[in-house]
Write a protein that binds this ligand. Structure first.
Ligand SMILES: [Cu+2]
Ligand SMILES: [Zn+2]
Length: 245
């Protein structure tokens, strides 16, 4: 791009100074000597183009900064003693402010039922765990839309042998901008999300996902936890490929 602009400038300069000297036998000339004003203008323009180019580069770099977040899931403080105590991690990565969010869920402590079950996970409005997960408020809903269109409506997750281990990509929640989920809560529910199909008011507010088992506050982090889980996922994939072979 820069090379193209400079070539354009040089050609324009040549075009404008070639005409008056076209009758000379030797057409080579010193631009600065022939038209000092023009040479100065080209130098100025060159400097301006270079400055714009470097500014664009700086903005690109700033935009490309990846964001990471971590949420350490703990059983709700207000949970009855007969309820499962779910713990674990939810990790987030966003490659640039405008890109879709990736989230990795690693939770354990669900009842090890013989059948596979499904549990809802959402982002709730407040990062307030003072009354357990009950004080995290309703679903985070900055655009005042019905469930399941909230940015933190992560949907249902399959639980096998009491464990949930899942990477989700293409999520609309964000770690940047006015609707960032940083400082808000991730809530793990006892039931399944009806995805707004329950036919009642609650379905369009929270998907009738049932009791709040566990929760955490989303905090900014560096890349390390994300990279560790990526390594672990690679290792597991290799192991399952070896078993299959
Ligand atoms: Cu919820
Ligand atoms: Zn929702």
């Amino acid at each position: 791009m820069l090379a193209f602009l400079l070539c354009g400038l040089l050609l324009a300069a040549r075009g404008s100074v070639t005409q008056p000297v076209s009758d000379q036998k030797d057409s080579s000339f010193d631009l600065a000597e022939t038209t000092p004003d023009l040479a100065e203008k080209i130098t100025e323009t060159h400097a301006k183009v270079l400055e714009i180019w470097m500014e664009m580069g700086r903005r690109r770099e700033a935009d490309a900064s990846e964001k990471y977040a971590i949420c350490q899931v703990q059983p709700s403080a207000s949970l009855a003693t007969d309820q499962p105590r779910v713990t674990g991690l939810v990790l987030f990565r966003q490659l640039s402010p405008g890109s879709r969010l990736e989230a990795f869920f690693d939770l354990e402590g669900f009842p090890a039922e013989p059948n596979v079950s499904s549990r809802a996970i959402h982002v709730h409005q407040y990062g307030d765990l003072s009354q357990g997960c009950e004080s995290t408020g309703p679903h985070y809903n900055p655009m005042s839309v019905p469930h399941p269109q909230h940015p933190g409506d992560f949907g249902n997750f399959v639980v096998r042998d009491g464990r949930l281990w899942k990477l989700r990509t293409g999520l609309t929640a964000s770690l940047a901008g006015p609707h960032s989920i940083l400082g808000r809560a991730v809530v793990v529910h006892a039931g399944e999300d009806d995805m707004g199909q329950g036919g009642n008011q609650a379905s369009l507010a929270n998907g009738n996902a049932g009791r709040r088992l566990a929760c955490c506050v989303v905090g900014a982090s560096n890349y390390e936890a994300w990279d560790r889980q990526a390594q672990e996922r690679k290792k597991r994939r290799r192991e399952s490929e070896c078993k299959a072979a």
